[in-house]
Ligand binder design. Structure first.
Ligand SMILES: [Zn+2]
Length: 59
């Protein structure tokens, strides 16, 4: 039984049927949306301020 089964995969962003060119998304726009989300998450690191150098400690 090797019947081609249509993959009912949906775009992870908007839920529309995926496009072979933009898997796993339906369009480049959705791919960009997901990418920007990913980048934002990646950039969302805790801004830890560096320890200030002791002024007048030495010298
Ligand atoms: Zn989409």
């Amino acid at each position: 039984m090797s019947a081609p089964r249509p993959e009912a995969r949906k775009c992870a962003v908007c839920g529309k049927p995926q496009d072979n060119k933009f898997k796993p998304f339906c369009s480049k726009r959705c791919a960009d949306v997901d990418l920007s989300r990913w980048l934002k998450g990646s950039y969302a690191i805790p801004a830890e301020e560096p320890p200030e150098f002791g002024e007048g400690e030495e010298g």
